[in-house]
Write a protein that binds this ligand. Structure first.
Ligand SMILES: [Zn+2]
Length: 139
């Protein structure tokens, strides 16, 4: 079964990078995203292969057709959204979009809060979408 990927979903972890890695490596926890980006230095690690479905969106349709990227931080703490994290994440998103032919715009690069039926608010009001989309497009 193939799942055409047409969305990148932006998350914020609400915990530390280390704890996120730990939770995502526990197979019994049905939460995971494909990538996690660290706040301090933009270090990015892959938790789930892109060809595997990650349980990040909370909606089966969106889980199957999206790549999820978690960002270390909290929705109410803007200080975690560092320049290096934005840049590293944008490079990753740009590469994903190129790989799957996903348009690099806000229709296709969305926040978890935009997934239908979700009660999540991430990435929250401090996430700078204009800056992020600009970085993804390399301008
Ligand atoms: Zn989320």
């Amino acid at each position: 079964m193939t799942h055409p990927v047409d969305r990148v979903i932006i998350h914020v972890t609400q915990t530390t990078y280390t704890k996120t890695r730990f939770v995502f490596e526990s197979p019994r926890k049905k939460v995971s995203a494909h990538y996690v980006v660290r706040s301090a230095d933009g270090h990015t690690s892959q938790c789930v292969r892109e060809t595997d479905i990650a349980w990040h969106a909370g909606d089966w349709d969106y889980n199957t057709r999206s790549i999820g990227i978690e960002h270390e931080g909290w929705v109410d703490q803007s200080s975690y959204f560092t320049g290096v994290m934005y840049e590293a994440s944008a490079r990753l998103t740009a590469a994903i979009c190129t790989r799957y032919g996903i348009p690099m715009d806000r229709t296709h690069i969305i926040g978890h809060y935009e997934v239908p039926g979700t009660d999540h608010t991430d990435p929250g009001p401090h996430w700078d979408w204009a800056r992020y989309i600009r970085l993804v497009n390399g301008v």
